[in-house]
Write a protein that binds this ligand. Structure first.
Ligand code: TRP
Length: 449
C-alpha cells in the first residue's frame, strides 16, 4: 500500500476509525477495574480532568503531525523535523511509540482472548444457574489453564492481523461503519438493566461522589495513564491514522467528539458493572477479573441471561478488535515505511506480539512467580508500565514537538481552528499539558522504585 496517497473515504469514516481505536477494553474492562482499585469517584474525576487538560490537546498534536507528514509516524516526524530545522532524532519518537504499542498489544490480545472464551461460554449457557462462588472459581480455573489462554490469545491476534494485512483504509472503513453504532446501543441496554437493579443507587454514589482524601499521588498517576490509554494517545498510533485524514476535516472537532464519546462509553460500562457489583455485594477492588466475574454472576440469575451476556461479549470483542488493529498499525507502518512489504511487516509484528503475549498469558499459571521488576510478573508489568509510564512519556514528547518545535506556519492550517484557536491550543500544551504530564510522570516513576 502506498502510504502517502491512501485517504479515509470520508470524514465520517475517519471519526469512526478514531472512535474504533479509542473505545475498547480500556473503557469496558480496564476503566471499571482501575477505578475500583483507585477509589471510584476520585479516580473518575481525575481521569476526566486529564482527558480535558492533556488527552484532547495531545491527541490533536498527534493527528496534526500525522496529517502534516502523511507517512508512517517515524517518517512523518522526520519530514516535519527537517521542515522545522529541528534534529532528525525526533523520528525515534515514532520507534518509541512502536515499542509502546508492542507491549500494550501483547497483553491486550491476551485479555481479548478471555472475551472470546467468555463469549463461547455464554453462548453455551455455561453460567446459567451457577452460584457466584462457582462463577468466581470458574474464572480462576480458566486463568490457571495456560493452554486455553494461549489458544484464545492466538485466535484473537490472528483475526486482528488479518484485517491489518488487508490495509487499514480498506479493512477498517467497512467494519467500523456498522459495528460501532451497534456497540453503543448494546451498552445502553446494559446500563439500563443496571438502573433496574438495587445496586444502581450505590453505584452512582460510588462513581460520582468523590471523597477528596481518596486522591493520593498514586491515584493521580493511574488516572493520567488511563486517560492516555483510553484515548489511544501517546504511542503515535493516532498519528498513523492521521496520515489518512481528509484535508478539509476539522481536527479540533474530531478530537473533542472522540473524547466525549470515549468518556460516555466508560461511564455506561461503569454504571452497568458497578450496579451489579453493589447489587450482589461483590468487591469493587478485585482487579482485572472484575468485569469477567461480575457480569456472568448478574446475568446468571436473569431470564435470557445467556443471551444478554453473549451480546455483551460480542460487543466487547468488536470494540476490542478495532482497538487492537489500531495498536498494530504503528508497528506495521514503521516497517512498511522502511520499505518492507505490508504482508511481511504484518507477519513479523504478529509473531513478536504473539511471543510476548504468551509470556503474559503464562503469568496466571507457570510464570506467576516470575517477577522481574517491582515485584510484578510479566502480565502485571505489561498492563501497568506501558500505559502509566510509556504513554505519558510519548505524549509529553509529542506535545513538545507540536508546541515548541513545529513552527506556527506548519500547524495553523492543519488545526483548522484559525490562528486564535491555534494560539489557545499551543498555550494549553505549553503551559498546562506539558508541565502537568511532567510532574505527574516524575512523581509516579519515583514512587514505583
Ligand atoms: N484505547 C483503546 C482502549 O481503550 C486501546 C488502544 C488502542 C490504545 N490504540 C491504542 C492504547 C494506542 C494506547 C495507544 O481499549
Amino acid at each position: 500500500m502506498n502510504d502517502t496517497l491512501e485517504r479515509w473515504g470520508s470524514k465520517r469514516a475517519f471519526i469512526l476509525a478514531m472512535t474504533g481505536a479509542a473505545v475498547g477494553l480500556g473503557n469496558i474492562w480496564r476503566f471499571p477495574y482501575i477505578a475500583g482499585e483507585n477509589g471510584g469517584a476520585a479516580f473518575l474525576l481525575l481521569y476526566i480532568a486529564f482527558v480535558l487538560l492533556l488527552g484532547i490537546p495531545v491527541m490533536m498534536a498527534e493527528i496534526l503531525i500525522g496529517r502534516g507528514g502523511r507517512q508512517s509516524p517515524v517518517r512523518s516526524l522526520a519530514t516535519l523535523a527537517r521542515a522545522s530545522q529541528a534534529s532528525p532524532r525526533w523520528r525515534y519518537l515514532g520507534l518509541f511509540g512502536a515499542l509502546t504499542v508492542f507491549c500494550i498489544l501483547s497483553f491486550y490480545s491476551v485479555v481479548s482472548g478471555w472475551s472470546i472464551e467468555f463469549l463461547v461460554a455464554s453462548i453455551n449457557g455455561t453460567f446459567e444457574g451457577q452460584s457466584p462462588q462457582a462463577i468466581g472459581a470458574g474464572f480462576e480455573a480458566f486463568l490457571a489453564n495456560p493452554w486455553l489462554l494461549v489458544f484464545n490469545h492466538s485466535l484473537f491476534l490472528f483475526i486482528t492481523m488479518t484485517v491489518v494485512a488487508a490495509g487499514v483504509a480498506k479493512g477498517l472503513e467497512r467494519l467500523n461503519n456498522f459495528l460501532m453504532p451497534l456497540l453503543y446501543l448494546l451498552l445502553l441496554v446494559l446500563a439500563g438493566y443496571g438502573a433496574s437493579t438495587d445496586g444502581f443507587g450505590p453505584a452512582l454514589g460510588w462513581l460520582f461522589l468523590p471523597s477528596f482524601e481518596a486522591i493520593t499521588p498514586t491515584v493521580v498517576f493511574h488516572a493520567m495513564g488511563h486517560a492516555f490509554f483510553t484515548l489511544a494517545v501517546g504511542a503515535c498510533a493516532l498519528m498513523a491514522y492521521g496520515a489518512y485524514m481528509p484535508e478539509e476535516q476539522s481536527l479540533t472537532r474530531a478530537a473533542f467528539a472522540v473524547a466525549l464519546l470515549d468518556i460516555c462509553v466508560a461511564l455506561l460500562a461503569g454504571i452497568a458493572i458497578f450496579s451489579v457489583v453493589f447489587a450482589q455485594g461483590l468487591d469493587p477492588t478485585q482487579g482485572p477479573g472484575l468485569m469477567f466475574v461480575t457480569l456472568p454472576i448478574a446475568f446468571a440469575e436473569l431470564p435470557f441471561g445467556s443471551l444478554w451476556l453473549s451480546g455483551f461479549f460480542l460487543l466487547l470483542l468488536l470494540a476490542t478488535w478495532t482497538s487492537a488493529i489500531n495498536l498494530a498499525e504503528p508497528m506495521v507502518a514503521t516497517l512498511t515505511g522502511m520499505g518492507w512489504r505490508r504482508s511481511i511487516s504484518t507477519a513479523a509484528v504478529a509473531v513478536s506480539v504473539w511471543l510476548l503475549g504468551v509470556l503474559a498469558a503464562l503469568s496466571f499459571s507457570t510464570l506467576g512467580e516470575f517477577r522481574p521488576l517491582w515485584g510484578r510478573n510479566v502480565f502485571e508489568l505489561l498492563s501497568s508500565i506501558p500505559p502509566d509510564v510509556f504513554l505519558p512519556l510519548g505524549g509529553l514528547l509529542i506535545a513538545i514537538f507540536a508546541a515548541w518545535v513545529l513552527p506556527e506556519s506548519q500547524a495553523v492550517e492543519s488545526l483548522g481552528a484559525g490562528s486564535r484557536g491555534y494560539r489557545l491550543w499551543r498555550a494549553t500544551l505549553r503551559y498546562i499539558s506539558i508541565p502537568l504530564t511532567l510532574v505527574v510522570l516524575v512523581g509516579g516513576v519515583l514512587a514505583l522504585g
